[in-house]
Ligand binder design. Structure first.
Ligand SMILES: Nc1nc2c(ncn2[C@@H]2O[C@H](COP(=O)(O)OP(=O)(O)O)[C@@H](O)[C@H]2O)c(=O)[nH]1
Ligand SMILES: [Mg+2]
Length: 251
């Protein structure tokens, strides 16, 4: 067991998936092998995949009842998928771990998060704490990410170094509180999930994690910065409104 503070079966792992056959085959068995006693459920939200994702998930689900599959047939998008996943959380889920299908290099970090979570409402994996954490992270993405966090530090007074990474372990009660605020259908939901809890004064900590670019065998990234840029800007404006115009900001 990783942490004496955590009871058995209380983490829901929520993973958005679109055409991830090669990665889920590796990721899910690894998570179950290492953390089975902490995992209540692993919810895969499969969005309109055209590869063997659904078949692989079905087979894995037959072997392990902790795996749950939400199949979406329309309106793909990470935001839509995560919101649907949150709606499907087990009523007694105590924590939610958000992660991506290609986070194969971060399996150990999950254990670190579990061992530290008792002091926080949420923990986020930051790629910008430790030197040399980024392995082939695209330059443009890095520039945009850093500028976004610079702006949020300046205008929202949020000091955290990396809240847009979809690698977060949150109390389920916190996830349910921010759920009504989630408006993005696409990748920008990662910023909403990261920044709203801090604006609500939840105790959000960071742990250093590394980031590994996909190899050819892992399939292509679906993230297109020009396509999702406007959504991230929209979120920034909503965050400003929330901080300066909304009367209710408590966690
Ligand atoms: N459900 C769902 N998941 C998606 C969609 N687009 C991307 N994902 C998942 O979101 C995660 C991050 O996507 P990825 O392509 O790795 O983006 P990157 O890490 O920013 O390059 C992966 O688990 C993808 O399978 C989508 O339209 N629907
Ligand atoms: Mg990725």
């Amino acid at each position: 067991m990783v942490s004496k503070y955590l009871k058995y079966n209380n983490i829901s792992i929520l993973i958005p998936a679109r055409n991830e056959e090669p990665n889920i085959k590796i990721l899910l068995p690894l998570l179950l092998k290492r953390y089975s006693q902490h995992i209540r459920e692993i919810i895969l939200v499969n969005d309109c995949s055209t590869d063997g994702t659904q078949n692989v998930l079905k087979k894995l689900k037959e072997k392990n009842s902790q795996i749950r599959l939400v199949n979406r047939k329309a309106n793909p998008g990470v935001g839509n998928a995560l919101k649907e996943g949150i709606k499907n959380l087990h009523p007694r889920s105590q924590y939610v771990l958000f992660m991506d299908c290609d986070f194969l290099a971060n399996i150990d970090d999950v254990g670190i998060m579990i061992s530290k979570i008792d002091k926080f409402d949420g923990l986020v994996g930051s790629r910008f704490i430790r030197k040399n954490s980024l392995n082939s992270y695209p330059l443009l993405k890095r520039l945009v990410n850093r500028s976004y966090h610079y702006l949020t530090r300046l205008f929202l007074k949020i000091p955290n170094s990396d809240l847009t990474n979809n690698f977060k372990l949150y109390k389920t009660s916190l996830v349910r509180k921010i759920y009504p605020l989630l408006s993005s259908s696409d990748f920008a939901v990662n910023a909403e999930l990261g920044f709203y809890p801090v604006l609500m004064h939840a105790r959000i900590g960071e742990i250093p994690v590394s980031w590994q670019e996909r190899t050819k065998q892992m399939g292509l990234s679906k993230f297109k910065i020009l396509k999702v840029g406007p959504s991230y800007l929209k979120v920034f404006i909503k965050l400003l409104q929330f901080k300066y115009l909304s009367p209710k900001k408590t966690k």
